[in-house]
Design a protein around this ligand. Structure first.
Ligand code: SF4
Length: 325
């Protein structure tokens, strides 16, 4: 059993696309960088980073005059105020072909630089014709990336400072890695049943309705066209994980797990679990506390089905992501 839990907890290295300036590469317009301490620090042992700078790769050079998004009627254009050049078509053409290459790189996630007219994911400044900025834009490269690869987990460096968003991004990225490996080639109905079984509690912590929908889909896997099944399973699966795992849902899942061993433990141990779950529900202790306690009991009683659940170890413990939830 110890071996099985160790295997469940082992995580592969993720391949993540990243705005090159976040890796510390001096590609910004002013010749500087925006090194991200999470990506280049604690996450580095678990992630192979693929740096891409749209503005440099499309040939704008470093250093370079600033560019920005500008609204003209219904259109949002990418312009260089210094000489008024419209770079929209050039950026779009470069991004379309680059994203086709990215689609073949087996990425499990992408971290974009916030506020950039090329890389920003949301709330990027869009200037009106009077030169006043609104905060409703998306960088042109980011837009094409997210349209072409809608299942790919994408986040911005700024949002990763939020503990919940950070945990959710890495949870989705590791889950997407598992999901892609399942459907990469020659999958069988048995593979899908085993996969879904081991992801069930993770899905329940996010979205019970989608978990049920996927369960029904898996139960009828043999009656579906393979491509349609794979497309729908992946879409609903990733959509479920994008929904917030509330404290109440986490408690429901942990109580469900505790039900597997509650008759086997002493009354005092049962009381301790109830008390810690209540502390978590009130925000007095982080999620890592009840999960660690319950994992211990799962190992103690050799509960194979629960030990195989990705929920107990959705990302490397070294990232301490559940210590801040
Ligand atoms: S935000 Fe994007 S385009 Fe700008 S320097 Fe960073 S990687 Fe390059």
């Amino acid at each position: 059993m110890a071996q099985q839990i160790a295997k469940t907890a082992g995580h592969p290295s993720l391949r993540l696309g990243v705005s090159a300036c976040l890796m510390g590469k001096a590609v910004r317009f002013d010749g500087g960088h925006s090194r991200d301490r999470l990506l280049t620090g604690p996450a580095a042992p678990f992630a192979e980073l693929v740096p891409i700078c749209p503005e440099v790769e499309m040939g704008l050079g470093t250093p370079r005059p600033t560019i920005r998004l500008q609204r003209e009627g219904e259109l949002v254009k990418l312009v260089r105020p210094a000489d008024g050049e419209d770079l929209t078509a050039r950026m779009r053409a470069w991004a379309e072909q680059r994203v086709e290459q990215i689609a073949k790189m087996d990425l499990s996630g992408y971290v974009l630089k916030k506020d950039s007219p090329s890389c920003g994911m949301e709330r990027v400044r869009v200037y009106d014709q009077n030169g006043s900025p609104g905060r409703d834009g998306r960088g042109i490269f980011a837009e094409i990336l997210m349209e072409r690869l809608p299942l790919l987990p994408v986040e911005e460096d700024g949002r990763l400072h939020d503990a919940r968003l950070r945990e959710n991004f890495f949870e989705r990225a590791f889950a997407y890695d598992r999901l892609r490996k399942l459907f990469v080639k020659g999958w069988t109905a048995g593979d899908v049943v085993r996969f879904h079984s081991s992801e069930k509690l993770l899905l329940l912590s996010h979205d019970p309705r989608s978990c049920s929908e996927l369960g029904r889909l898996v139960a009828a896997v043999k009656s579906h066209n393979r491509e349609e099944f794979a497309e729908r399973y992946q879409r609903v699966f990733m959509g479920a994980l994008a929904k917030k795992a509330s404290p109440g849902r986490q408690v429901n899942v942990l109580e469900h797990i505790a039900g597997y061993f509650s008759e086997k433990v002493e009354a005092s141990e049962r009381a301790e679990i109830v008390s810690i779950l209540e502390d978590f529900r009130k925000g007095l202790v982080p999620l890592a506390v009840p999960v660690t306690l319950i994992r211990h009991q799962v190992e103690r009683f050799e509960l194979d089905y629960i030990a195989s659940q990705s929920y107990l170890s959705p990302h490397p413990k070294e990232l301490s992501l559940r210590s801040h939830l």
